[in-house]
Design a protein around this ligand. Sequence first.
Ligand code: ASC
Length: 148
Amino acid sequence: MKVFSTLALAAVIATVALPASAQFAKPEDAIKYRQSALSVLGTHFGRLGAMANGKMAYDAKSAQESAEIVAFMSKLPWAGFGAGTEGGKSKPEVWKEQAKFHDLSDKMQAEAVKLNAAAKVGNVDSLKAAFGPAANSCKSCHDSFRNK
Ligand code: ASC
């Protein structure tokens, strides 16, 4: 049992320690992965925005589901930006300004966690208050790192 758990832990560490690019057979696969994750994220973020901005009727349960998805999906795109995966809509700055890219992606994830907590409160004012800062965290990364 002890041997098994030690081996299992070693396997987990080995997996986590792999360079992100090694998780994809081809750079195009990494690009597709990050774009897909950001697409699902954007779809649910857009629904929250529509509710926050009064373009869609506020529904607490649907907002909570979307915010939960946003919080989870916000963790995924970054593994798709490994070394050698330049392309898609990404500017080369993603790979040249890694510290800034990581800082902005961390901020976005933190805002997604706050948005999820705000959605759980269950009223539109709480959603509205968290939506703006979250949208700004998307935008500031796009402004620096995404081609139009
Ligand atoms: C969205 C979406 C984005 C962000 C960004 C916020 O709904 O798809 O990329 O909001 O436009 O400024």
